[in-house]
Write a protein that binds this ligand. Structure first.
Ligand code: MN
Length: 313
């Protein structure tokens, strides 16, 4: 998946809250142009919640029976995490990957200095999450890479099934490559459960398909509860699926525009220019699409400037 907004927002990700809080965020529907009216529920970034740890983007798509056909498009400065809940997606990219992305398997693409990929649904039913992780400045320009983890650590109890996509939950650690202290876990709750958290991390929980009680707060299906930092455990109650995000509050201000994460207006403009010029030395090529690609939208008529976190919203 990709940010196919034709007029993408400019977002600055800013350092976060330094205490435990419980704030609910509802998604905004974003139509994806050219995809027969498909829309996604965008949970991050939001004006008041640009990041949770290094997580800087969260889309919830489906369940629906519309095919997904996302032609080659570029990314820089981030990792994409594709987490299908139902349906299969064929992923191809400029580092030579051509894989089927299946539920329960982690697909992690590191864009670094530049990557191109396409995603075409291989199934009629589609439901899933697409997340981005901002790379720290020390690794923002790493070589692009793709990894698929078919087997991930799982914690199974009578009331909880947890799959650790990235980072550690208790003593379970994912093999996925992360460049900052981070956590991503899929939780299936059936009753009452508690999972351990790191107090130095900030966390948020998405109630994917059912209302859940999270840390004593009722979270409607489809909503995200931001929990701040300073918590050592998380209580969950109800029956349904949740997604837990966490990480050490991201230290840098980030400029996000379209499918790019950077630290300055100039960096974003350079990436857009290279894509529009078909600069294959920057982005490489995805084979199998001929010349089909998603053109970059026009830049806003103003300089891409930071947008600050608004802690009281
Ligand atoms: Mn993409």
């Amino acid at each position: 998946m990709s940010n196919l907004d034709t007029t993408p927002d400019v977002t600055l990700c800013h350092p976060a809250s330094d205490q435990a809080v419980a704030r609910l965020y509802t998604p905004r529907a974003v139509p994806l142009g050219g995809l027969r009216g498909i829309q996604v529920d965008r949970l991050m970034p939001q004006r008041a919640l640009p990041t949770v740890g290094a997580w800087c983007f969260l889309d919830h798509f489906g369940p629906h029976e519309e095919p997904m056909r996302v032609l080659p498009h570029p990314h820089i400065g981030l990792q994409t995490v594709t987490w299908p809940l139902a349906g299969e997606i064929r992923h191809r990219d400029s580092v030579g990957s051509d894989v089927i992305v299946r539920p329960g398997q982690l697909n992690l693409m590191t864009a670094g200095r530049g990557v191109v990929h396409s995603e075409i649904s291989a199934d009629s039913l589609l439901h899933g999450l697409q997340l981005w992780v901002a790379l720290p400045s020390s690794h923002a320009l790493v070589e692009p890479a793709f990894e698929q983890h078919v087997t991930l650590p799982r914690l199974v109890s009578s009331s909880l099934e947890a799959t650790v996509l990235i980072g550690s939950l208790g003593d379970l650690t994912s093999p996925a490559t992360a460049y900052t202290p981070l956590l991503g876990a899929d939780l299936r709750v059936g009753g009452e459960a508690t999972v351990p958290l790191r107090a130095s991390f900030e966390h948020a929980v998405l109630a994917v398909d059912s209302p859940l009680e999270v840390a004593g707060t009722a979270v409607p299906a489809g909503a995200l509860l931001y929990l701040g930092t300073g918590r050592t455990d998380l209580s969950l109650r109800g029956s349904g699926r949740a997604f837990l995000l966490g990480g050490e509050p991201f230290p840098d201000d980030l400029v996000m525009w379209w499918n790019f994460v950077g630290r300055s207006h100039e960096e974003i403009v350079a990436a857009r220019t290279a894509w529009e010029a078909s600069d294959t030395s920057r982005f490489g090529i995805v084979t199998g699409h001929g010349g089909d690609r998603i053109p970059a939208p026009g830049l806003p008529g103003v300089r891409l400037t930071p947008r600050r976190r608004h802690p009281n919203e």
